[in-house]
Design a protein around this ligand. Structure first.
Ligand code: HEM
Length: 399
């Protein structure tokens, strides 16, 4: 009964922008784990079942180290050497190295700390909705709403000057948008490194009241701080922005759900969790087995790459009844949209506060909000983008 997925799908079913690609849903129907031959010939695995994805994430025998990820799901790079993650980029490290960076940050991102930001998030959201309303319909929800709100907030948290935000955001778009060529990527990477080096030096010289300045008090070097800043900024901009934009699109395509939320503000916490599960914009991550591991009915040999499909796992019918239905009243939490285990999203509470404020504010401000183009014409990110989402979302309303 061992199913093989022969190539990583590069597109979703037309008309189903919110569902994982058909091939991945089918793979999960065959079973929670499939063989996956990488284009370079490496015999890997693809995990699509909720329980198995979760158990890989909880198992320290599966590594996140970048230098072990030598096989690309779509491209044959041949027998390449991959350098380890740059100092500070702890998403691609294992403990204890990972913990050295994560530990000094955890206290800054607790539920309590993030809830204290609620008022500021409300302010920033109101400012952007005011501007959108004042400019009048139509509007692009990506540029008017989804991108600027998380971006102002993460910049303030980190202490990135407001006026630097514009160019920075473009670079991050290039990293994660899945459409930049190698040369463009390299240029964006260099420019970002340069910018962050200057920023870290400035914080060390003149500390201000923010996370980055605080970290200059830890034993992290400037080089390491640069890496930490990069991971926080890129994760803080792009993921929440895409959740807000794709989430707004999903709500507009499910008007009865939107109406239910508008009518019942008490739905907010559950609605946010359900949008996270249903959309799973951070959809795929990889791990490498450090030793032979029994997984399901199979042995994952040491050195083997395992692809984890978080978005397919979040549509597993054995875990979530009617998984392809967006149901904002759903009570069965425990989705994997923020991952699980030691790398579980550091910014989860921040993202929850942002979404819990921004979605209700948007739908209450504009009772007649609707798409300004046919749904098929909404411009989606390509499937190979690290973070899925919409590129623009034209909307209109009755002024
Ligand atoms: C890690 C998703 C927002 C910072 C992760 C991971 C996921 C994720 C799935 C785990 C990756 C893995 O398993 O290897 C999301 C989603 C977000 C979001 C869906 C928005 C809705 C944020 C924000 C921040 C942030 C706002 C900013 C503080 C991080 C960091 C990590 C991480 C630093 C690495 C944690 C570690 O390796 O220990 N995120 N994230 N994320 N996220 Fe988020």
């Amino acid at each position: 009964s061992l199913h093989t997925v022969t190539t990583m799908p590069t597109a979703r079913r037309p008309g189903c922008p919110f569902d994982p690609p058909e091939e991945l849903i089918q793979a999960r129907e065959h079973g929670p784990i499939s063989r996956f031959p990488f284009p370079d010939g490496h015999q890997g695995w693809l995990v699509t079942g909720y329980d198995l994805v979760r158990s890989v994430l909880a198992d320290s025998r599966f590594s996140s180290r970048r230098e072990l990820m030598r096989h690309h799901p779509l491209v044959d790079y041949g027998d390449i050497e991959v350098p380890p993650a740059p100092p500070g980029e702890f998403l691609l490290m294992d403990d204890p190295q990972h913990g050295r960076y994560r530990k000094p940050l955890v206290g800054r991102f607790t539920v309590r700390r993030m809830r204290q930001l609620t008022e500021r998030v409300e302010q920033v959201t109101a400012e952007h909705l005011d501007a959108m309303e004042k400019a009048g319909p139509p509007a692009d929800l990506v540029t008017a709403f989804a991108k600027p709100i998380p971006s102002v907030i993460i910049c303030e948290l980190l202490g990135v000057p407001y006026e630097d935000r514009g160019s920075f955001q473009e670079h991050i778009d290039k990293f994660l948008g899945g459409e930049a060529g190698d040369e463009e990527l390299f240029a964006a990477y260099t420019a970002t490194q340069q910018y962050l080096a200057e920023l870290v030096a400035a914080k060390r010289a003149t500390p201000t009241d923010d996370v980055l300045s605080d970290l200059t008090d830890s034993d992290l070097t400037d080089e390491e701080l640069k890496g930490v800043a990069l991971i926080l900024l890129s994760a803080g901009f792009d993921t929440t922005a895409n959740m807000l934009a794709l989430g707004a699109f999903a709500l507009l395509r499910h008007p009865e759900q939107l109406a239910a939320w508008r009518a019942d503000p008490a739905l907010t916490d559950r609605a946010v969790e359900e949008l996270l599960r249903y959309l799973s914009v951070a959809k795929t991550f990889m791990r490498t087995a450090l030793e032979d591991v029994e997984l399901g009915d199979h042995t994952i040999k040491a050195g083997t790459t395992v692809i984890l499909s978080y978005n397919t796992a979040n549509r597993d019918p054995e875990r979530f009844p009617d998984p392809h239905v967006l149901d904002l009243r759903r009570q069965d939490g425990g989705h994997l949209a923020f991952g699980h285990g030691i790398h579980q999203c550091l910014g989860a509470q921040l993202a929850r506060v942002e979404m819990g404020v921004a979605f209700p504010a948007l739908i209450n401000r504009f009772p007649t909000l609707r798409l300004a183009v046919p749904a098929e014409d909404v411009d989606l990110r390509p499937e190979l983008a690290d973070i899925y989402g919409v590129k623009s979302l034209p909307v209109t309303w009755n002024p």
